[in-house]
Design a binder for this molecule. Sequence first.
Ligand SMILES: Cc1ncc(COP(=O)(O)O)c(C=O)c1O
Length: 498
Amino acid sequence: MMTRYLSWLPQRAASKIFRSITRLGFVQKAIDKEMNRMMADLENTVKPYGDKFQAFSRLPAAGVSRESILAIMNRINDQETAKWKNGFVSGAVYHGDAAHIDFLNRVYSINSQSNPLHSDIWPSAAKYESEIVSMTAGMLGADRTADEICGVVSSGGTESILLAMKTYRDRAREEKRITHPEMIAPVTAHAAFDKAAQYFNIKMVHIPVGQDLRADVAAAQQAITKNTVVMIGSAPSFPHGVVDPIAELSEIARKKGIGFHTDACLGAFVLPWAERLGYDVPAFDFRLPGVTSISADTHKYGYAAKGTSVILYRGQALRHYQYFTATDWPGGLYFSPSFAGSRPGALSAACWAAMVSLGETGYLEAARRILSTAAQIKEGIKRISDLHLLGDSLWVIAFSARDLNIYQVMEKMGQKGWSLNGLHRPACIHLCVTLRHAQPGVAERFLADLQGAVEQVKAHPREKGQTAPVYGMAAAIPFRGLVGDMLRRYIDLLYRVK
Ligand SMILES: Cc1ncc(COP(=O)(O)O)c(C=O)c1O
């Protein structure tokens, strides 16, 4: 069959292509085999409860008692809590003190039926959400600009980013008749921007970062075309925790009349306080006239429960492009500010409660503890001669190894109980420091374990583990589609009942 399709080619070229396709077939088979092996290995990690608790692939004939369900969940929760509570996890849980969690849970239970879609039944939801937006805007320069800063509450950083990108696309279509929109983002910008590009048919134009891992301003300038609708910078970036040159980038955008989005999902609730504490914080917020929107995650360093974020805009006119309204639907007049219809009002209530209960002094103190812990960890890493820090970050600490496989170091850390983030391009790992790491003894334990992990890898440099081969394979495969397949199979695994 294959030769028939190739028959119009000169014989030598045809047989050469045929040979390489056959070879690719072998390679594909070898990759499939390797992937199957990896997935089988991963299955036990991803699905650890198969032989401990009953799995329900269909509804139980009769309902299970509430007591049994609570007992099962408590047993599962006990197994999963110790790791993050004791500060073994990068990011993920940002506050985590028992009293804070209990308080948020009480707030949630009071408001558990609330749905902001029905603002007539729960006007409290509109109160909480408008105040969350206003308090966040106040932290991010709203009082230092003549423009009105407004926004909405979303479900998380990704939704805030998706909403903003849709907003810029729609504004450009309406006001500039741009039908082939493009966005410019540094390669280090969060993957949510690529997701937005894919979902909303916006061409992603990636620009490189320099040696300091910050966006290359000249490349950003050059990337602008008549179709550019928005430019992006991170404050700070997820991988290396560095703040892009947002003053320069946003000024370029302003002069060209295009939008500029600061992704402060990680930084919004730390950087303003870091600045007050005297740290060197580059400008990133609405004090810069070119910044037209900011994503700010309340469910990270805002210390709210998971499921809220804020997307802020310079001016109501821009925010209007985000809204959805349906005026002719038989179901009635319908509108919603964000992607979801019905939403959990209790999460907004808990977010409001977290912000109001912490207040300025609470956030300032939290930032002080996080930043001093991060400084201690960075100093410790500098003393491990086989490792080196990447970028000049405040609290997201990325590091790599000089002559070792950094993923093997991550693997050894995993065996000691640590859950760190593996990054690539360049190969490195990071620890996103939270209040969990500011507990007594955690930074010391991290550094001692890291030193131990490095020694172990040096002693057994060829030892194969679980994580290192996954990253090794992902880096080695030139066909990114195959890597994508690997990730899709991983998601399939998550949804397998076991
Ligand atoms: C800089 C940055 N932007 C966006 C996001 C996406 O946030 P979420 O996971 O809440 O969707 C993250 C998450 O870590 C982030 O660090």
